[in-house]
Design a protein around this ligand. Structure first.
Ligand SMILES: Nc1ncnc2c1ncn2[C@@H]1O[C@H](COP(=O)(O)OP(=O)(O)OP(=O)(O)O)[C@@H](O)[C@H]1O
Length: 239
């Protein structure tokens, strides 16, 4: 069964069509990668799925419910969580406090349950050691882990990751991949936009390629990366 489906979704800013008749489904529990050149419309697609933007036309279904016109808050409560390309934690709050804010915002649990859950997420994202550190003092990898933890604090069934691996060393990247794999293995459906292709292809089961707002490929990562059209788009980019 698909957890998310988009049917002929389009979005324009004035005369510029940024999402052009996009149709795809994500089966429950799968990890889907999204690639495409700068400006292809990847972040816009995420914003349409989360409700930060509203489609001009087309339909978005989440768990069988039409959410095309519902608010971002409603979709967050329904189980769509996201990380942002540029992490913007509350710098003066500790890691734990940042998580509490996300957990309280994203759902309606009692205080004790929220605290237990935040401790669990800090373990799962390997941030428990840093629980009492102000976010402003974290390394880049730790900021990325906090961004992941904040998304997990909304208890997502579908987790959207926006370029979370950028700027890390290879060792840091591998360490983050391990954590994302664990989250995926626990049954969370993932859609991941990423320019670090080897990170992406080591986790996802399918790849979707966007170019000028259109889906130009969707399928097995190896087959997609071997296609001529994709190689042309990525000419010069190390795979
Ligand atoms: N609010 C907006 N108003 C006008 N144009 C916008 C708006 N948001 C995005 N765009 C334009 O839409 C296009 C797609 O942008 P988007 O950020 O979705 O691409 P992207 O694939 O995520 O790019 P990148 O890889 O650089 O993050 C770009 O040409 C961008 O300038």
């Amino acid at each position: 069964m698909s957890i998310l489906s988009l049917q002929s979704v389009s979005k324009s800013f004035g005369a510029l069509t940024v999402t052009d008749d996009v149709t795809f489904e994500v089966p429950q529990g799968q990890a889907l990668g999204i690639i495409g050149p700068n400006g292809a419309g990847k972040s816009t697609l995420f914003n349409l799925i989360t409700g930060n933007l509203t489609a001009n036309s087309g339909t978005i279904n989440f768990e069988g419910r039409d959410v095309t016109r519902t608010s971002a808050m409603d979709r967050c409560m329904a189980g769509i969580g996201r990380s942002f390309q540029i992490p913007q934690p509350f710098e003066k709050l500790t890691v734990y406090e940042n998580l509490l804010v996300a957990a309280t915002h994203g759902r309606r649990l009692g205080e004790a349950a929220v605290r237990d859950d935040c401790a669990d997420i800090l373990e799962r994202t390997e941030m428990i050691r840093r629980a009492n550190t102000p976010a402003g003092q974290l390394s880049l990898l730790e900021r990325k882990r906090l961004e992941l933890a904040r998304a997990m604090a909304t208890q997502p069934k579908l987790l959207l990751l926006d370029e979370i691996a950028g700027g890390l060393t290879e060792a840091e990247c591998q360490s983050l991949i391990g954590t994302i794999r664990d989250i995926h293995a626990q049954g969370v459906t993932i859609i991941w936009i990423e320019h670090v292709l080897h990170a992406l292809t080591s986790v996802v089961e399918r790849l979707l390629v966007l170019d000028f707002g259109k889906v130009i490929g969707l399928g097995d990562p190896d087959a997609i990366m071997a296609s001529r059209e994709v190689q042309q788009i990525y000419l010069g980019i190390e795979v």
